[in-house]
Design a protein around this ligand. Structure first.
Ligand code: RAM
Length: 969
């Protein structure tokens, strides 16, 4: 499967590196990059519209444009830019910006530039490019051209009707038996008689659709149109199909499965939620399709092919079951070759109906908020263009071994826990049924461990058509979280190539690399990235394997910033924040997960720190990408939320109400909910004040600053003692208090000392859960306890990150003790091996170990602050003594690579063009610091600012630098 080609930035950066003589005694230390002496012009590249490369069918009428800049020259920046947007590729090539020509605009802006040209209307195709002027006022060449196109912006643009099949099946009633109806195929034919200039198809579904045109699958996105509250709103997607239109007869088809709309969702079945308590039909009973193909001919005429009652539909097709959680069954004997090509005989197919013709179906819907009657018949949703990165098949993994725990049962080990599906390769007699089951772990005796899947059947099956050439199959409407695939019913003994792991997730471009001298922690970084990939699946899910996979808010807010280090998640969060706002409860609280098809736990529907994700996630996106639009878009909703918080806590103290998830999965210490709530109330107010300032809402900023101060004052009154100790004496309490800034200045050192003392008293171990773990290392580092942070980070003792790795983890576990080599599995009813929350420590790895952070929003100014833990000859494992990390920020690639060798400290830094960085270089004195072998005064684009205890503070412009200093050991 094609993988995205390396980013041009990487290639250029790779060119800039050349080898250093390795330092003796530094195991596996990587050569440090040498600065480039080569001068080069400014080069704009990586053009994005609404964070995406060449998006089609967007509905933002002032989309935000961005680019990155590269230069081989130090201290380079953009002094002006000119952007052209044209209505055709040809016009753009002729430098005719008929839609928008900004002219030469002075300034350094390269992201979040809102389109300000001629009004954009439905269907407009836009072609654009940019050129930048450098520090000397020299213009660059034009960038490569990029595109975007507008979707269907008005209801009237849609001629297509929502269509469906006549659904006479009674509502399923049983919780004991699964109900897995087959997807439907839909098709129509049309003729195209003239040369085609452009053809675009727009499509949506209540359910999941897959479009086909003339025998080809349209696009490569999976699980389209994505998950939303379909009762109110559905996404649609657009595809350019110009090259697929044939002269003469054409056939347009679709497969529509139930997906989140009417299939099994979350733990609905397990706990008996939803209509009839059966765990399905959360949004409605019968899937529906909407499709509109628009052809523009070379002569200017147009033709529209739209879903309607003349389409044909059937369920007599090979996919017999297709459920996201339960799995997929494919009977290849029923394949309908040519169903998506013209001329296919549709005898036996039914005529499609308008979705509304199925009429009303009423049912009693149950969840933790009680029983109520709901309508499950068709309700027309508002349409919105999909704004996220689509889910795709990203990568293939070959199994590393095959086991046969019982005769005829084969287990394939991918060597990596992933989300996605398995592709099966098989040859055998017609009618043979091969079954695939999925698991993250094996039992001691080699059997597949499926207990932690709870009610997720996670079973696929393929029934052979008996092709003597062999058959391959890959499901399309289900996915699993797994490392192991169990095959039964296979004809003969399979080879290792019978199964291929297909990694699937939202296609958020990976953005970083991290290696250090401790291989266990290098592996942990990889585990965190894998776990994020497995869970950034349409929404930020808690886990990919069991019957849950919900967009849990607590997990997301803890992890959002770490997520930004691993991948470009700007578009992903842009999409999901709309789901979050949509799910906001009538009282202004955000629910525990979004989308929110069912109330869970307390009927209140929210829990402290989970509900605050509605504030924290946009904040983190603003910080990482400089995005003020996400703040503006959700401002009203966020204000409603703070108003709710105020109403609920009139004394401005924390309260224990709603779901008390609290410091979830902490070991050994319990932090009271009121305390957590007070801290999060303050935190939300503080972030709101900062965001208000960012969008120029002065009055709001003043109000929220005061609110923060007031909540903080109550907090101090209630909890803080004169020596800095808290009345709630848990590690999490200190970590949260220090993180949010709740201690008066005078009490801060005492609080930090107490936190360190508590870790010591706990045999040097953490006692924190989801909420306490994220801030723990950052606050230790920020408060003079970096050594302790480093020790916790590298610990292999339970509970720790290293403990998971030495116990064989390839992903991040839900619980600190999900599994031990000696003791086996912990509590299978809630034990995921792919849960990202505890992986949030990678934020500290980047910020405080590699030392890459933003100074203000969006990496316009960068902080490079390497954090070598003190060399301690006796400590096991040996303290980290080299790190090599990079991060592809919204401004371009940042790299920090350092190595400590006795008293010598080496640091290689790269910062992108158009940015500056403050470098905190470990050094005991200024003299003796060199850059590229020269003394500091002679180094180009380096400014010495000051000495601080143990380090020199420098300012650098863009480029690659290599510093050497003498530092304390
Ligand atoms: C679990 C989820 C999630 C957590 C909630 C409270 O079921 O997996 O991680 O946020 O509960």
């Amino acid at each position: 499967m094609p993988r995205r080609s390396p980013h041009p930035a990487c290639a250029l950066a790779a060119l800039l590196l050349f080898l250093l003589v390795p330092v003796a005694g530094a195991p596996a230390a990587r050569p440090l990059p040498r600065p480039s002496r080569k001068a080069g012009p400014l080069h704009p590249l990586d053009l994005r519209c609404e964070y995406r490369a060449d998006p089609l069918g967007i509905d933002k009428t002032a989309p935000r444009l961005s680019w990155k800049l590269e230069s081989g020259r130090r201290g380079e920046r953009q002094t002006a830019y000119r952007l052209l947007v044209a209505s055709s590729r040809e016009k753009l090539a002729r430098e005719e910006g008929d839609l928008w020509d900004t002219g030469k605009v002075a300034g350094d802006q390269t992201s979040g530039l809102a389109y300000g040209g001629r009004p954009l209307t439905s269907r407009t195709a836009c072609f654009w490019k940019v050129r930048a002027w450098d520090a000397k006022g020299e213009p660059s060449a034009w960038s490569e051209p990029a595109t975007w196109s507008m979707g269907l912006l008005k209801r009237e643009d849609w001629q297509a009707e929502w269509i469906s099949y006549r659904d006479e099946a009674p509502l399923h009633k049983s919780r004991d038996a699964l109900y897995l109806p087959p997807p439907r195929l839909y098709r129509t034919e049309f003729r195209a008689e003239k040369p085609v200039r452009r053809a675009v198809v727009y499509a949506s579904a209540l359910g999941i659709y897959e479009l086909h045109l003339n025998g080809k699958r349209v696009g490569d996105a999976l699980f389209t149109p994505g998950w939303s509250d379909y009762r109110r709103r559905a996404y649609y997607n657009a595809y350019d199909v110009t090259s697929l239109i044939a002269g003469g007869a054409n056939a347009l088809g679709a497969v529509v499965a139930e997906g989140w709309y009417s299939g099994y969702v979350g733990y609905g079945l397990l706990v008996g939620y939803g209509p009839n308590r059966v765990g399905r039909y959360f949004y409605g009973k019968t899937p529906a399709l909407l499709a509109q193909l628009e052809i523009e001919y070379a002569d200017g005429s147009r033709q529209t092919v739209a879903s309607g009652r003349e389409w044909k539909v059937t369920d007599r097709q090979p996919i017999r079951e297709a459920d996201i959680i339960m799995g997929e069954t494919h009977d290849a004997r029923l394949e309908l070759p040519g169903w998506d090509r013209p001329g296919f005989d549709t005898a036996g197919w039914a005529t499609a109906i308008r979705a509304a013709e199925n009429g009303s179906t009423r049912a009693v819907y149950s969840d933790s908020a009680g029983d109520r009657e709901v309508e499950l018949g068709f309700v027309e949703p508002r349409l919105q263009a999909y704004s996220g990165p689509p889910i795709r098949s990203i990568e293939e993994i070959k199994p590393v071994r095959m086991l046969e725990p019982q005769p005829g049962t084969y287990i394939f080990d991918l060597g990596q826990n992933i989300s996605g599906v398995a592709r099966l390769k098989v040859k055998g007699p017609v009618g043979t049924r091969v079954q695939l089951r999925f698991g993250e772990m094996l039992h001691q005796d080699g059997r597949l461990m499926t207990e932690n899947l709870r009610r997720a059947r996670a079973t696929d099956a393929y029934i052979l058509r008996g092709d003597p050439e062999g058959e391959t199959w890959q499901p399309r409407f289900t996915y699993h979280g797994f490392q192991y695939v169990e095959l039964t019913g296979y004809p003969g003994k399979p080879g290792l190539d019978a199964v291929t792991g297909i990694v699937q997730h939202s296609d958020t471009p990976l953005a970083s690399s991290f290696e250090c001298s401790d291989p266990v922690m290098t592996r942990f970084y990889q585990n965190a990235v894998w776990t994020q990939r497995a869970n950034f699946f349409e929404v930020p899910t808690d886990c990919p394997q069991r019957d849950e996979r919900l967009g849990w808010m607590g997990d997301a807010q803890i992890y959002a910033r770490a997520a930004t280090y691993h991948a470009d998640v700007a578009a992903f969060f842009t999409k999901w924040m709309d789901d979050v706002t949509e799910a906001q409860l009538p009282n202004g609280a955000y629910p525990d997960y979004a989308p929110y098809p069912m109330f869970h736990g307390s009927a209140a529907g929210y829990g402290t720190a989970w509900t605050d994700a509605g504030i924290i996630c946009p904040y983190e996106i603003y910080r990482a990408y400089g995005d003020t639009e996400i703040i503006r878009r959700h401002w009203y909703s966020m204000k409603r939320f703070l108003a709710f918080r105020k109403r609920r806590s009139p004394t401005l103290r924390g309260v224990a109400a709603g779901n008390g998830w609290g410091d979830w999965l902490a070991v050994g210490q319990n932090t009271p909910i009121e305390f957590v709530d007070a801290a999060y109330f303050a935190y939300s107010a503080k972030l709101m004040a900062e965001m208000a300032e960012a969008i120029g809402a002065e009055a709001d900023a003043a109000e929220y600053r005061k609110l923060f101060a007031d909540v903080r004052a109550r907090f101090t009154e209630d909890y803080v003692q004169p020596d800095g100790r808290l009345k709630v004496d848990t590690q999490t309490a200190y970590a949260l208090g220090l993180w949010v800034g709740l201690f008066p200045e005078a009490q801060r050192p005492g609080a930090a000392a107490r936190l360190a003392e508590m870790v010591g008293a706990n045999n040097g171990r953490m006692a924190t859960g989801f909420l306490g773990t994220r801030p723990l290392l950052p606050v230790l580092t920020a408060n003079g306890q970096h050594e302790l942070a480093g020790r916790l980070f590298q610990s292999r003792e339970f509970p720790s990150w290293g403990y998971e790795v030495v116990n064989g983890a390839t992903s991040v576990w839900e619980r600190w003790n999900s599994y031990t080599k000696e003791g086996g599995f912990h509590n299978p009813s809630m034990n995921s091996f792919s849960h990202y929350a505890f992986g949030a420590v990678t934020e500290w790895m980047f910020q405080s170990l590699a030392g890459i952070d933003t100074d203000g929003p969006g990496y316009r100014r960068i902080i490079i602050r390497p954090g070598p833990p003190a060399a301690d000859a006796g400590r096991k494992p040996e303290p980290v003594h080299w790190v090599k990390a990079s991060y592809d920020s919204i401004q371009g690639k940042i790299a920090s690579e350092w190595r400590r060798d006795g008293g010598k400290f080496e640091l290689a830094v790269t910062v992108p063009a158009n940015t500056t960085a403050t470098v905190y270089l470990p050094a005991s004195r200024r003299a003796g610091i060199t850059e590229g072998g020269r003394s500091l005064d002679r180094a180009e684009a380096v400014r010495f600012l000051r000495m601080e205890p143990g380090r020199a503070v420098l300012e650098i412009g863009s480029g690659t630098y290599r510093f050497v200093s003498q530092a304390e050991k």
